[in-house]
Ligand binder design. Structure first.
Ligand SMILES: Nc1nc2c(ncn2[C@@H]2O[C@H](COP(=O)(O)OP(=O)(O)OP(=O)(O)O)[C@@H](O)[C@H]2O)c(=O)[nH]1
Ligand SMILES: [Mg+2]
Length: 350
């Protein structure tokens, strides 16, 4: 393993790392977690954004007020965790306040329980949202699937999709933006699903994907992910099909590097740097089956993790490093451009 060093946030200026949403400050994209009581909304928010071990969610209390969580990362966004019993479709409720901003509605269905009530309520919600706020993406998490057999999972998935699409087409919405995911907090599926949800809210996603595709082709990478280090959500990847085992390896490798960085990056009075040091962490490891994982920190929030299986590509480590550095420059260029756009917009508004 090489060059484990700093995952130290202070070392990179914020403007280099953060992706602007080109929206005014108060219009941060919003992810709204909704669903019936005990469906698992607070558990998902705690596991994904607060690193809570899944077992500890057993002790979470039922949510009584909307919990608003601001996430400061490569892009600022908010996560709103709703209490299951909240009757937000009542006329007295200020819907504009909830759905009036850019964002996604994440509806969590407990797949281990009877889901008909939840689906009925979701259908009513989708019809309202589609009518007044068609820009809100609707993301359905068919959740707690860890307790279900493969066959039962598939049946439940198909049944729920069918119930919702029938209702929507009856109401005249053939192409409503509704997406479905099978999730559980006990494996990586909830991170994978959240990655997909957040990617849809990222401006410049196609530019990022094009850059990653070029990099992956030039270096012979089997799969490449651009991860948000703190949440381990991936914000972009090359456009080859996602392979869960690759994603798991890459995600775990970030943990290894963060742990080692924390161990060794503190200021030791006797330790003197030998020559010039790289600002960002860079590391690779070769596993027992000869698979290489390569990681390079890109900025304060993001790191690029790639899986390499082709023996010829693995031998060209210098080329990989050089291409990744070039990618890093392009990436930070995309970010700082968005940042400049935001500044210009703010000045225009003044
Ligand atoms: N088996 C399993 N249990 C889960 C999963 N996610 C959450 N749970 C459990 O579901 C229970 C309810 O979770 P909460 O996160 O409190 O549910 P909630 O939707 O926030 O509930 P309210 O706040 O009452 O609306 C907890 O005991 C969790 O441990 C999962 O993926 N699999
Ligand atoms: Mg809750």
């Amino acid at each position: 393993m090489e060059g484990t060093s700093q995952f130290l946030p202070e070392q990179v200026q914020a403007k280099n790392g953060q992706l602007s949403t080109s929206k005014p400050q108060d219009a941060k994209p919003r992810l709204m977690l909704m669903g019936l009581r005990r469906s698992g909304k607070s558990s998902i928010a705690s596991v994904v954004f607060h690193k809570m071990p899944p077992n500890e969610t057993l002790f979470l209390e039922s949510t009584t007020r909307i919990q608003k969580d601001s996430i400061h990362s490569f892009m600022d966004f908010q996560v709103w965790d709703f209490p299951g019993q909240l009757e937000y479709l009542e006329p007295s409720f200020d819907l504009e306040n909830i759905f009036g901003s850019l964002g996604a509605l994440v509806w969590v269905i407990d797949a281990q329980d009877d889901y008909l009530d939840s689906v009925a309520r979701l259908n009513r919600t989708i019809l309202t949202v589609q009518q007044y706020y068609p820009n809100i993406n609707i993301e359905v998490f068919i959740h707690k699937v860890d307790g279900l057999s493969d066959e039962y999972r598939t049946d439940t998935f198909q049944d729920i999709v069918q119930l919702i699409s029938d209702e929507l087409s009856d109401a005249g919405y053939e192409n409503a933006p509704v997406h479905y995911y099978l999730t559980s907090i006990y494996d990586y599926s909830v991170f994978e699903a959240f990655s997909k949800v957040i990617q849809k809210l990222i401006p410049n996603l196609s530019t990022l994907e094009n850059l990653i595709n070029t990099l992956a082709n030039n270096c012979g990478f089997e799969k490449t992910y651009l991860f948000d280090v703190l949440s381990k959500i991936y914000i972009a990847s090359d456009t080859r099909p996602v392979d869960m085992s690759c994603y798991e390896m890459c995600s775990d490798y970030i943990d290894v590097i963060v742990d080692i960085s924390e161990l060794y990056s503190w200021d030791h009075p006797d330790r003197k740097p030998k020559g010039e040091q790289n600002q960002e962490a860079e590391s690779h490891v070769v596993l027992h089956d000869e698979t290489m994982i390569h990681l390079m920190e890109m900025n304060k929030y993001l790191c690029l993790v790639s899986v390499i299986r082709n023996p010829e590509s693995k031998s060209k480590k210098g080329l990989i490093d050089m291409n990744c550095r070039t990618f890093q420059e392009a990436l930070n260029d995309v970010f700082s451009r968005s940042w400049e756009q935001e500044q210009e917009q703010e000045q225009e508004q003044l």
